[in-house]
Design a protein around this ligand. Structure first.
Ligand SMILES: [Zn+2]
Length: 146
């Protein structure tokens, strides 16, 4: 990419992208390569998901990428019957918070899992995916998959 070229990779994230340019654009390249990633502070080891370019603990900008892998535990979920602008055609869908021990990941549950089959504490894994309009995203699937 040329030095003065605007890096708008983030405009390809999610059904509706609210920020096209960020300092964590590599997140999108990682998703395209099939990896969901967050950042870890190289100085104090604090972990961030979603990824951050600066540490709120020690104010360092030395961040390293790590891959969200393995399974997490479902902490909370909610099925949306009404959605914000841009998401209304996708309702109902279920959002969730999944605990990976050192960090938590917020995202959407794969539509193949009916909400009545969800329960707090169940094992889920985040998997890179595409939205209905072709943008990059990630979804929570059962772990291990059935
Ligand atoms: Zn830090």
């Amino acid at each position: 990419m040329a030095k003065n070229e605007l890096d708008t990779r983030f405009s390809e994230f999610g059904t509706v992208s609210f920020a096209s340019v960020t300092r964590v654009n590599d997140f999108i390249g990682h998703l395209e390569a099939g990896k969901l990633t967050g950042t870890r502070c190289a100085k104090c080891a604090k972990i961030f998901f979603p990824p951050r370019a600066q540490c709120c603990e020690c104010f360092s900008s030395e961040m390293e990428w790590f891959e969200v892998c393995g399974e997490g535990e479902l902490v909370s979920f909610s099925t949306l019957q009404y959605a914000p602008t841009g998401f209304t055609e996708e309702t109902p869908y279920t959002i969730a918070l999944v605990d990976y021990k050192d960090y938590k990941v917020f995202g959407r549950i794969d539509g193949s899992i009916p909400p009545e089959e969800l329960s707090v504490g169940m094992k889920l894994k985040a998997v890179p995916s595409r939205t209905s309009n072709g943008h990059l995203t990630y979804l929570f699937e059962r772990s291990p998959a059935r």
